[in-house]
Design a protein around this ligand. Structure first.
Ligand code: GCV
Length: 846
């Protein structure tokens, strides 16, 4: 879209526009799109005298008109636009054919691509007419949203003449919702679709979600988990699912379902689910017919098979192509597609075998099947070869399937990237992947062109985001919504710049004040590099609890098991040798130019070095640093960057909605504290393992830290942390509940301050366990300086990096001899476990 400077508002209002977030949006009780980026008039009326009309009667055109009325009303109210000056002006919405018939003399784009639109305006003031012409009905809706985005971005809508269309046909979200209302890897409460084994009665949030999706061009929503999908194909559930499809239909979002390939046996009563068995084929055909009778615009199936315990065609010696084509045949006459996931791997690998490599699996299994898939099958591949880590190389499969339509799966729900408790704007990562040039046949082959079907001339292709929205304000954290927005925008146009997308989102969501926009964009853009720095840099992957929560640090959890997320850290060095010459051979799965780059440590970029090579800790990076020093430096840098996010946000106080400000302030402070938990766990783990000190003397030295295990303890018992790196010094104290009959009422840890007199910030690091809510009181010389309840919903029920939390009490005056005391009061099963207090002079850190 062009960068024309606005005079629309001046035309209508003659006032400068500065939209500030309205308080109603963040406090709304019902779950609405207003909680995300679609702001509308508080009372639903339009203050702007601008007629909006549709030329046709189609459902989507009506939605487009309603949306324009609502959006323009909102812009008018919030921007205090004057009334009446635009009387007579109008916005007209229609398909290209309708526009041509209504305005025969008006030039109309003749060759719009499917789902595309043209926006144009003629006349001025009372005679202004803006025409939204869609290639089809969906195009009219997308055009309407584009017009609203132009308004929010202050572009000149009085001189419009532009057209646009989506780069890729498949732009879906996948939800991993279970029928019981839980969501696999969801971090925003319970399902908006299901509860108690059924579709929810109230589907208003589903309609609002579809509205949000449509506003960024998303055209499909797969509503159920890829694990345990069989119950979703029962006749009763399908009838209920038709209501879900109905709720999304006005927004052009088609329903899709994850299916269990063993369904003919599990729910169909057949003795087999062999994809080549005629009875199985007939079962799927009848099932597809049943679905389309209920949901005529049904989009298709997503399949996870032979993966992580899900059944698959391998049980019968059949291939993924056999299974995909079975489903494709059933859907074909109805226009449905199959998204067959390439996330197929053996999770019982032998970790002692240095040639074993999970990263190889997708290519090894799917590349030999290239050309064998039916035309309505799309192979859906995660962006990297492992599993949504903080950084991975691009999956080589994108270059390995030249005769198959492909989609890329990414995660909006932040499974391995902070679970929405950490601000991590992922669009820069996705953009790197989209732009990555695979150099297939020695020619430019960026991933985005593969997904558009253009690189290898395939009929289909696209992007799919595992979204994980729930009832808690969609994604739990207000700023996490920038990821959902950015996914839609990049799937529509992968050429867009993530910073521009962030600015666009901020203007629509938080405010248009240029300083506010600059600050929020800076924060978003800094957030992924910061997270990568304090979790797992150099391509080591996220060094988290691989077999559990996927949240806090747990460095060895990936080793000595069959899951294959190995980093192979030992006393001498770290990293996985994936070279062809001496390693697993994974590097050789890329087209030759890229394979050559990754084959040697010297030619591999620093950020992926340890993904491809096992090197000594003393190995020098291109940056000139040794690997071990980089590990120390990046973790300290990442934690500092997380602390800066708090300061940046603080600069917005009073300039943005108060409730939003407070919500995010608390989240960012938590993140800054948890970044220190991460930093210390990893820096100290590698210090101990390598025995090589940090040149800057930081790792393992914490001058202001007073350990709980060294305190004068009353009631508290010293415990060993597991893993050891998750608590400072490997130990903590726990106010262990003695027994149900004689529970500990409270415990205390007390220290005498021996440092210099001055003013300090004092961080208290404790463990906020599930279930229960312990409380803490921090006292200086017997006077309470702070008290709080530890009631956050963090993973894990034992003291662990998942729930290790820092709370900073600021501006405390201390002199030698002062007594510092933490009183912990257990709450249910939360024993008020405590790690340390840390005293830092004000102005020198957290
Ligand atoms: C739906 C990872 C996640 C699983 C998820 C799986 C997948 O392993 O941790 O929760 O299962 O990916 O993508 O199928």
């Amino acid at each position: 879209m062009g960068q024309r400077k606005i005079d629309f508002y001046h035309r209508f209002a003659g006032v400068a526009l500065e939209i500030t977030l309205c308080a109603f949006a963040w406090s709304a009780a019902a779950q609405t799109a207003d909680q995300a980026w679609l702001r509308s008039s508080p009372d639903g009326t339009s203050a702007l005298q601008l007629r909006v009309r549709a030329l046709g009667n189609g459902l989507l055109e009506q939605s487009a008109v309603r949306e324009l009325q609502r959006g323009i009303g909102g812009a008018a109210k919030t921007s205090r636009l004057g009334q009446g000056r635009s009387a007579g002006a109008e916005i007209v919405v229609g398909t290209v054919e309708e526009v041509r018939m209504a305005f025969p003399s008006r030039p109309v784009p003749a060759d719009l691509a499917p789902e595309g639109y043209g926006l144009s305006s003629t006349g001025s003031d009372a005679h202004l007419r803006i025409v939204v012409a869609g290639a089809d009905e969906r195009g009219t809706l997308y055009g309407a949203f584009a017009l609203l985005r132009s308004l929010a971005s202050e572009e000149d809508v009085a001189h419009l003449n532009l057209r646009d269309h989506p780069a890729m046909p498949v732009r879906w979200v996948d939800e991993w919702d279970n029928a019981d209302g839980s969501i696999e890897r969801g971090y925003a409460g319970r399902s908006i679709f299901f509860e108690g084994g059924k579709v929810r009665e109230n589907l208003a949030p589903v309609a609002e979600y579809a509205r949000l999706l449509a506003s960024v061009g998303v055209n499909g929503c797969n509503v159920n988990n890829v694990n345990n999908a069989a119950p979703f194909l029962t006749p009763a559930m399908l009838r209920d699912l038709a209501r879900v499809a109905g709720a999304m239909r006005p927004w052009g979002v088609r329903l899709a379902l994850s299916v269990d390939i063993a369904s003919p046996q599990k729910i169909g009563g057949l003795p087999t689910f062999d994809p080549l068995d005629p009875a199985v084929k007939a079962w799927w055909k009848a099932k597809a017919d049943e679905i389309y009778a209920l949901i005529p615009d049904f989009a298709g199936f997503t399949v996870k098979a032979d993966s992580e315990g899900q059944p698959g065609p391998a049980s019968f010696g059949r291939t993924p192509a056999d299974a995909a084509n079975l489903l494709a045949a059933a859907l074909q006459s109805h226009g449905g597609v199959v998204l067959y996931r390439a996330f197929v791997y053996n999770h019982h690998l032998d970790w002692r075998d240095l040639k074993a490599d999970r990263a190889r699996a997708a290519y090894d299994i799917f590349h030999p099947l290239d050309g064998k898939f039916a035309p309505n099958v799309i192979v859906q591949t995660k962006e990297g070869p492992i599993d949504f880590q903080a950084r991975e190389p691009v999956s080589p499969l994108f270059g390995g399937l030249t005769q198959t339509s492909q989609a890329m799966e990414i995660q909006v729900t932040q499974e391995y990237t902070g679970q929405q408790r950490h601000l991590v704007y992922l669009a820069p990562m996705w953009k790197q992947v989209l732009d990555f040039d695979l150099r297939s046949n020695g020619k430019s082959t960026p991933v985005k062109e593969v997904l558009a079907g253009a690189a290898f001339r395939q009929p289909l292709g696209g992007m799919v985001a595992v979204a994980g929205v729930g009832r808690d304000a969609w994604l739990g954290s207000p700023l996490a919504l920038a990821n959902l927005y950015a996914f839609g925008r990049l799937a529509w146009n992968p050429e867009l710049d993530p910073a521009e997308i962030a600015a666009e989102w901020t203007r629509q969501t938080i405010g248009t004040n240029p300083e506010v926009v600059r600050t929020v964009v800076r924060m978003l853009m800094q957030s992924w590099p910061a997270y990568e720095n304090y979790t797992g840099p150099l391509g080591m992957q996220t060094l988290t609890d691989i077999t559990g929560s996927h949240y806090g640090p747990n460095i060895e959890s990936s080793e000595n098991n069959g899951w294959g997320q190995w980093h192979r850290a030992d006393r001498e060095g770290v990293g996985m040798d994936r070279s062809v010459a001496t390693g697993t051979g994974y590097a050789g799965q890329y087209p030759p130019e890229v394979a050559k780059r990754y084959e040697t440590a010297a030619s591999t970029p620093d950020e992926l070095l340890l993904f491809f090579h096992h090197v000594p800790y003393t190995y020098r990076l291109h940056s000139g640093k040794t690997v071990i020093q980089h590990i120390y430096d990046s973790h300290y840098q990442g934690a500092d960057e997380a602390a800066k996010l708090v300061d940046e946000w603080a600069s917005l106080k009073g300039r943005i909605d108060t409730r939003l400000y407070e919500q995010m302030r608390a989240r960012l402070e938590y993140q800054a504290g948890h970044a220190i938990v991460w930093r210390d766990a990893i820096a100290e783990y590698f210090l101990k393992l390598s025995g090589i000190p940090d040149e800057q003397g930081r790792a393992g030295h914490h001058p202001g830290r007073l350990e709980a295990e060294d305190a004068r303890l009353t009631g508290y018992k010293i415990i060993d942390a597991t893993p050891w790196e998750d608590a400072s010094g490997g130990k903590a104290v726990s106010c262990v509940l003695a027994s149900e009959n004689a529970p500990q009422r409270s415990c205390t840890a007390e220290w005498t301050y021996n440092g210099q007199a001055g003013r300090f910030n004092i961080a208290v690091r404790y463990f906020d366990l599930q279930p229960g809510a312990a409380s803490f009181i921090f006292k200086v010389n017997g006077t309470t300086a702070a008290n709080w309840t530890a009631a956050a919903a963090l993973p894990s029920s034992r003291p662990h990096g998942d729930n290790s939390t820092r709370r900073t009490v600021r501006g405390i005056d201390l002199k030698p001899g002062d007594v510092l005391r933490v009183e912990g009061v257990p709450g249910q099963a939360d024993p008020a476990a405590l790690d340390y207090i840390e005293i830092t002079p004000v102005g020198t850190g957290q």
